[in-house]
Design a protein around this ligand. Structure first.
Ligand code: UD2
Length: 301
């Protein structure tokens, strides 16, 4: 995408800020972020920043005026928080997303939304296709699933070009904080020489996708004709948490012991994307293997 005016909600966050970086050289980029978890230092200088809450219609209206595309990444990403405070997370993850869709309708703008593998819950079959049963195990997953349905409807009812990207386990630079994911946790532990803490037997598996691939999926979604649809964004490869612990340990040259703790209650045992729909309709394929993604993470920081 080039020569467009775009809005990235949550553009100062982990995934959003990488997307902003990719968009700025060729587009006029605006960021709407409330900076509760986002960070100003992640943003290039030539970005227009609107500091505000995505739930605030005035802030959103101002940010979205005249845009061609909205990349909607603002969200409360903690699954645990959504379980403890379902209404609060619903307001940010679903109600505010509807505001975004309504604003897009006003501006006749394309909308690309960040969805999640959380919509599937415990999968019945692997790899997971987009047509697999959706039985989320958290309010967060319910909210993302409803969002996927809304984007389909907005295309059907109002002819608005919309795309939902169902992210699997995203990792990369700038992922930090209390909900940061197993890779950044293991990296921190390995570097500090502290025990690497596997929850359970470590035989559970995930599809780890590098944030640069997630950015590329967003760029494809910005121009595709295959709108009104949800797409898995993963690599198609699964890695067990035990393998991950060993790889992180080796990549950092750490002497940290690998220890086991109780498994997480309700933990998903295996998760892995079938990426053929994204390949076919978005022309998207992940390029970064976990090995090289980890290597560059270790080298960068
Ligand atoms: C991911 C997403 C979440 C949601 C969910 C849907 C991330 C960060 N979270 O949660 O937003 O979409 O998928 O299913 O991508 N683990 C350890 N030791 C640790 C930390 C984690 O063993 O110190 C294990 C954990 O028990 C789990 C696995 O690693 O089995 C992955 O945990 P996670 O929190 O990185 O991500 P996940 O898949 O629970």
């Amino acid at each position: 995408i080039r020569d467009s005016t775009v809005l990235v909600t949550g553009g100062a966050g982990f995934i959003g800020s990488h997307l902003v970086e990719a968009l700025t050289p060729h587009n006029e980029v605006r960021v709407l972020d409330d900076f509760t978890t986002g960070d100003r230092t992640y943003l290039p200088d030539d970005v227009t920043v609107i500091e505000g809450d995505v739930r605030d219609p005035i802030a959103l209206q101002r940010a979205a005026r005249g845009v061609d595309v909205i990349f909607h990444h603002a969200a409360l990403v903690s699954v645990t928080q959504s379980i403890n405070e379902p209404r609060q997370s619903n307001r940010t993850n679903l109600e505010a997303s509807l505001l975004v869709l309504e604003q897009a309708r006003q501006e006749d703008a394309r909308v690309v939304v960040a969805s999640s593998a959380a919509v599937y819950g415990h999968p019945e079959e692997l790899p997971i296709t987009e047509t697999a049963p959706t039985n989320p195990t958290s309010p967060y997953g319910v909210q993302k699933l409803a969002l996927d349905q809304y984007i389909r409807l907005y295309e059907e009812l109002y002819d608005l070009p919309t795309v939902a990207l169902r992210y699997f386990n995203v990792y990369g630079p700038r992922q930090q904080g209390p909900y940061s994911g197993v890779i950044s946790t293991f990296l921190e532990q390995a570097r500090a020489g502290e025990p690497i803490t596997i929850e359970g037997d470590g035989q559970q598996s995930r599809d780890f996708v590098h944030v640069s691939d997630v950015v590329r999926a967003n760029l494809r979604a910005a121009t595709t004709d295959a709108v009104g649809e949800a797409y898995n964004v993963g690599t198609g490869h699964r890695t067990t948490i035990l393998e991950l612990a060993e790889t992180v340990r080796a990549a950092t040259g750490s002497t940290s012991p690998i220890v086991h703790r109780d498994s997480r209650s309700g933990d998903i045992r295996h998760s892995g994307a079938d990426t053929s729909k994204a390949t076919r309709e978005l022309g998207f394929d992940a390029r970064v293997s976990l090995e090289s993604g980890l290597r560059s993470l270790v080298a960068e920081s």
